[in-house]
Design a protein around this ligand. Structure first.
Ligand SMILES: Cc1ncc(C[n+]2csc(CCOP(=O)(O)OP(=O)(O)O)c2C)c(N)n1
Length: 550
């Protein structure tokens, strides 16, 4: 094994900003593990379950805003990274996936932990690079690394996979290594994001801006990823543009309870936008997506640092525009826009009143509990929402704008919610993190806590409604039996023993006072607070909310 070459790997990564590496156990990956493990300038975290490790890496990358390395052994270990790779791809999070592999054709001989790893992540990664067996050619090594890093940074960030086949012996005679200070070759082919809208583009947009009088800003997932949220807010305020913001957008808005507002629109033309400006990613609310899709013709501009974007509303994006677009002075103020703003604002005020009256009468339900949690989580904390109803309840309520909110909405899986929150908490030890999750999502990813580096600053709130109750709110499965068995997976479990098993604090919260006291505690250890719900009024309250009229 040429350790002189492999030991350049962490030096390469450090030079490109990498701060964290997740190392998963295995002998074939020992050359990679040892080269990172002996290098003090990247913090290495060990993890056993590769599926969870991939999501911890995702969380670390989200929080550090730097690419994160994952090292795994060969075979199914690699396959277990697939969900995190997909989530990273759709969230534009840079991950460097370094996998060990056996010699070519090992899978054909049924050797242990051998599968075909070539391009295993397919279109869920930005690219795949194959190193030769026991790489010895440092020029080739550098060429592959350069290409991998250039791809990582070219356009939208995302995961990149580099496969390293090794044959024995894997372990060096001397360890730890001495790392030489070689000069990392300079990356060259990088398209610098964010690109800027030129003045000529602004000139082109100007006529549409001037004649449209009902501009609507729609902020999706992670709208603050590439832009300053204050700048977005100021821009909208300055031009009197109503802002519809997903709870995961982290953008401030004066409009609350979007679904409720949309369901209560009577005069369609009055509310219909003539220019929709979008920013950020996907939306939690299907009601909103349907509304935008069915609104009659509008212009659609999308603000993004990247030239290519997904079209969430299945309507063509006329223009992808950028950065200096948000300079409020770039456009004239359009006087009629104030009327349109007022229409939405008055509607929102009425909706807020109706929602508050409605919720005041419900004493114990996930919707009220999530509202209470959102109101009482301390300012400056970081909140993670698991997929399924946690993110949906929060979106119904709206972001109180006291803290940042994160959720894996790239692919909306329930498979990595704990690990992603854990990764972010590890990277931000100075901030208190809260995860609001369902029982199934929590159980799914419980291997996250099989880790020696569990930080003290993660407080988990499990909404235990005895299964995947989202299926009870959807019309399809409700009508078809056996709902409980095959969709909801009713289990009758609580998580006290699981908490004990992992050495985490555990408490059950039975009323609002206990909940509020819990949220203001000084957390000294990762903790689980379990809130148990009966099936009693679960769907009834949701239906009442859906049918609320004002
Ligand atoms: C990896 C993955 N498998 C399956 C699903 C489909 N799914 C969506 S929600 C859900 C149940 C989640 O239950 P729970 O976490 O208890 O939340 P609740 O629905 O009760 O709010 C399932 C299985 C998914 N989103 N991701």
């Amino acid at each position: 094994m040429d350790y002189d070459i492999l030991n350049k790997l962490p030096v390469w990564c450090k030079s490109q900003g990498v701060e964290f590496a997740i190392l998963c156990g295995g002998s074939r990956s020992a050359p990679l593990t040892l080269s990172f493990g002996g290098y003090n300038e990247i913090r290495c975290i060990a993890a056993n379950d590769e599926r969870s490790a991939g999501f911890i890496a995702l969380g670390l990358a989200k929080a550090s805003k730097k690419p994160v390395v994952i090292v795994t052994t060969s075979g199914t270990a690699v396959a277990n990274l697939y969900p995190a790779a997909a989530e990273a791809f759709y969230q534009n999070i840079p991950l460097l996936i370094f996998t060990a592999d056996r010699e070519p054709n090992a899978a054909l001989h049924f050797d242990g932990q051998a599968i075909n790893q070539e391009n295993i992540f397919g279109k869920q990664v930005k690219g795949f690079f194959q190193m030769p067996v026991n790489i010895t050619d440092s020029n080739l090594f550098n060429t592959n690394m350069l290409a991998a890093f250039e791809l990582l940074y070219d356009g939208k960030p995302g995961p990149v996979h580099i496969n390293f086949p090794f044959i024995e012996p894997f372990y060096p005679a001397d360890y730890p290594f001495v790392y030489d200070n070689f000069i990392v070759p300079k990356l060259y082919k990088i398209t610098e994001p964010p690109y800027s809208t030129t003045n000529s583009v602004i000139d082109e947009l100007q006529p549409i801006w001037d004649y449209t009088q009902k501009k609507l800003l729609v902020c999706g997932f992670g709208s603050d990823n590439n832009y300053d949220k204050k700048q977005i807010y100021d821009f909208a305020k300055h031009h009197k543009i109503p802002v519809i913001a997903d709870v995961t957008s982290n953008i401030v808005t004066d409009l609350y309870h979007t679904d409720l507002l949309i369901r209560n629109i009577q005069d369609i033309d009055l509310f219909a936008p003539d220019l929709v400006i979008t920013i950020g990613g996907n939306h939690t609310s299907k009601v909103l997506k349907n509304y935008i899709q069915t609104t009659n013709y509008f212009h659609h501009w999308h603000i993004s640092p990247f030239a290519t974007e997904y079209d969430f509303f299945e309507k063509p994006i006329e223009n992808t525009i950028c950065t200096n677009f948000l300079v409020k002075e770039a456009f004239e103020i359009n006087v009629s826009q104030q009327d349109y703003y007022n229409v939405w604002q008055e509607h929102s005020n009425k909706g807020k009143e109706a929602f508050n009256t409605f919720i005041k009468n419900i004493s114990w339900h996930e919707l009220v509990v999530v509202k209470n949690i959102m109101e009482n989580i301390p300012v400056g904390a970081v909140v993670h929402l698991a997929n399924s109803m946690a993110v949906r309840w929060a979106n119904i309520i709206g972001n109180p704008q006291k803290f940042e909110i994160y959720c894996n909405r790239g692919t909306s899986g329930i498979d990595g919610c704990n690990s992603t929150a854990l990764g972010m908490a590890m990277a931000q030890p100075h901030k208190q993190h809260f995860l609001i999750t369902g029982d199934m999502a929590f159980q799914y990813d419980s291997n996250a806590f099989f880790n020696n580096d569990i930080p003290p600053n993660l407080a988990i709130l499990i909404l235990n409604n005895n299964g995947g109750n989202i299926f009870k709110l959807i019309d399809g499965p409700t009508a078809i039996m056996p709902l409980e068995k095959y969709f909801a997976n009713k289990h009758g479990l609580t998580f006290e023993y699981l908490a004990k098993h992992f050495g985490l604090d555990y408490v059950q919260l039975n009323n609002h006072t206990e909940l509020e006291t819990h949220l203001y505690r000084k957390f000294k250890k990762t903790s689980i607070a379990e809130i148990i719900f009966s099936a009693e009024n679960y769907k009834a309250v949701f239906d009442q909310y859906k049918n609320l009229k004002f």
